[in-house]
Design a binder for this molecule. Sequence first.
Ligand code: NAP
Ligand code: F7E
Length: 324
Amino acid sequence: MKRALITGITGQDGSYLADHLLDLGYEVHGIVRRVALEDSAHRLVRLAGNLDKLHLHAASLESFPSLFSVVSEVQPDELYHLAAQSFVSYSFDDSFSTFRTNIDGTHFMLECARRLVPSCKFYFAGSSEMFGHADEVPQNENTRFYPRSPYGISKVTGFDLSRNYREAYDMYVSSGILFNHESPRRGFEFVTRKITSHVARIKNGELNELPLGNLEAKRDWGFAGDYVRAMHLMLQQETPEDFVVATGKTHSVREFCQLAFEFAGLNYEDYVIKDPRFYRPAEVHLLLGDASKSKKKLGWEPTIGFEELVEMMVKHDLDLHSHH
Ligand code: NAP
Ligand code: F7E
């Protein structure tokens, strides 16, 4: 039985990846913050269905010795490093803590793997935010990085660190360059979930408006459940490489709104208001991924398209809010 260790297991992707690896017969371990074990009803909510099958370990991404102890105890065959301060907007408010979590945290995990389990396969959660103000459309593995936020900068550094561990120490380290992926488990501050949860609360009369920032930004949105399959496939190759994971279609925040409100029988123009608080100091205007390398080498393809994704999220939130 293969043993996997996931950092960020309580997040959207960590929870889907844990489900997927359990289905594949893995022994799944996760690193969580100590407070998560203390308040499991809230902080482990995405893992609720599988808690009895998972092995959770408390450690802090800020503390090298705490991570060292867990990696030493678990001795994983595969390590998925997903933990991060993942909200782009917040990275402008506190770039310093974002750098500590995302850069030092990645460095600590790579160094633990090198010292303790050098033949372990390592996945780094890279992001399309590394492309930022990209000079070509669509973006592939060779597109130049031009990050536009402290978050994007932290991911470029994590990506560079990962590549350097691969090249300097001959380790199996692969980075996924994942475009935005969403689901009913998405955090409420991200624009997709913010929209679908507001639609549900407007529908049931709890709210009457939805304040948003830039409606013209375009993203290549896929389904998180599809994207975690690609993470696993990246660690099953002969040689470690980096891969873009995307749907190859792009849509604006406005289009997402329009469709989400339509699914609930509403017109978004009656509810969406522009709120300057939700504009960013520097914006990424357009992302569109070219995942042909993933298709060719990993045999990976997305199964859920844009409309299905919006519908899935709206239905879930309507359901959630109809009981209140
Ligand atoms: P998420 O839902 O925000 O989950 C983030 C995870 O990181 C949570 O488990 C969180 O733990 C943990 N974490 C955050 N700060 C931490 C800290 N200081 N110490 C320890 N743990 C910490 O993110 P996601 O959407 O699943 O994304 C997973 C990874 O992929 C992240 O690295 C993200 O940057 C990257 N990524 C995401 C996307 C996307 O569209 N979703 C695209 C590209 C890359 P708590 O539950 O305790 O807060
Ligand atoms: O913003 C615009 C906003 O916060 C999408 C993370 O998972 O994907 C995610 O980062 C767009 C931006 O995601 C609001 O300006 C308008 O253009 O949902 P988001 P993100 O910044 O693309 C990447 C790939 C990651 O790696 C990240 O970890 O929507 N927008 N109005 C808004 N965004 C938010 N959050 N809230 C608004 O009110």
